[in-house]
Design a protein around this ligand. Structure first.
Ligand code: AGV
Ligand code: CA
Length: 309
């Protein structure tokens, strides 16, 4: 029986690539997608997400739209970036899809999807965790329908990637966007697996990988993915940041968990300056798991194979 998956994403280029990867997995059943305007603007992100569903013939999958804005906004330069995807040749002429303002609300879609699922669901979060926490607050019984939560988020034994006023650089952005809700998430003690910067730092977007991918561009999905990744090479500001396989790595955990080394941890999350959103290990903290290592070659090989469909 296929594993049921609900995806929470925030419309950045690697979120969209993650949606492509997830739709390419033969034994996963994607039951819903929530989009939060965190590392994106809502309207173009909904358009991209819907167009990807069209390419896979899966417009039956519902999309939820959030009207919630986190405590610490992403830089607008990053949020504006993914719109370019809608202008790519494979995307531009596809029907635009639903109006984000009449689409179901994220919290309601998540609650409804879990309640009506025939068996427990894995939740993949490649953006902030706010919708999940708000859903658990509103309908606590959905907890029984969650088999695991995989979250691209956190930075434990490495530097964070937030550089902002009132911040010491210890946090990762997905956690920092809504630190209070992240701290609240821990209190539910769900089976929660962090895919933090500690492990995503091991998998940058490499030109050698893109070169391999281009050699299989006769597969339309490889072609599209190659074009999306090419757009991450000039990441802003390019002299400072490398684009990593952040969300893609978290997504691949669903399919190749054997490539990951997990560690049982106890942690807390900072909620105010100077370390808002910092995920830190603490013996008296809440239980969770974090990925500490990935078989890097296996991961890139796996991506090439999945995108050959
Ligand atoms: O912190 C990583 C998260 C991932 O979910 N995002 C990007 C991924 O979708 C925020 C982020 C960190 N650095 C970035 C980010 C950058 N240089 N450009 C865009 N987003
Ligand atoms: Ca993301």
């Amino acid at each position: 029986m296929k594993e049921l998956v609900f995806m929470e994403h925030d419309g950045a280029i690697d979120d969209l690539l993650s949606q492509i990867l997830l739709l390419s997995m033969p034994d996963k059943e994607l039951i819903g997608i929530n989009i939060t305007p965190a590392d994106c603007f809502l309207e173009p992100a909904v358009e991209s997400s819907y167009k990807i569903l069209e390419l896979f013939g899966r417009t039956d999958i519902p999309i939820g739209c959030s009207d919630y804005y986190g405590v610490n906004a992403f830089p607008n330069e990053w949020r504006a970036r993914p719109e370019v995807i809608n202008a790519l040749p494979m995307m531009i002429n596809l029907p635009k899809g639903p109006d984000p303002y009449t689409a179901p609300h994220t919290v309601d879609l998540l609650i409804g999807s879990l309640q009506s699922a025939s068996r427990p669901v894995s939740i993949l979060m490649t953006g902030p965790c706010s919708n999940l926490v708000m859903a658990l607050e509103k309908a606590p019984s959905i907890q029984q329908k969650i088999s695991k939560v995989i979250w691209m988020g956190g930075a434990f034994r490495c530097q964070g990637n937030v550089q902002n006023f009132q911040h010491d650089g210890t946090a990762e952005w997905n956690v920092y966007w809504d630190p209070m809700r992240a701290a609240k998430l821990l209190t539910y003690e769900l089976p929660l697996i962090f895919i933090p910067l500690d492990v995503t730092n091991q998998v940058p977007v490499k030109k050698s990988f893109l070169s391999e991918l281009a050699r299989q561009a006769e597969y339309p999905i490889s072609n599209l993915a190659g074009q999306c990744w090419a757009l991450t090479i000039d990441t802003i500001p390019t002299y400072h940041y490398v684009y990593f396989m952040w969300d893609i790595l978290a997504t691949s955990y669903l399919d190749i968990p054997e490539a990951f080394q997990l560690e049982d941890i106890r942690l807390r999350i900072g909620t105010r300056p100077p370390n808002a959103g910092q995920t830190y290990l603490a013996d008296d903290g809440h239980a969770a798991q974090m990925a500490v290592k990935v078989d890097v070659d296996h991961f890139y090989e796996y991506l090439l194979e999945r995108l050959r469909r």
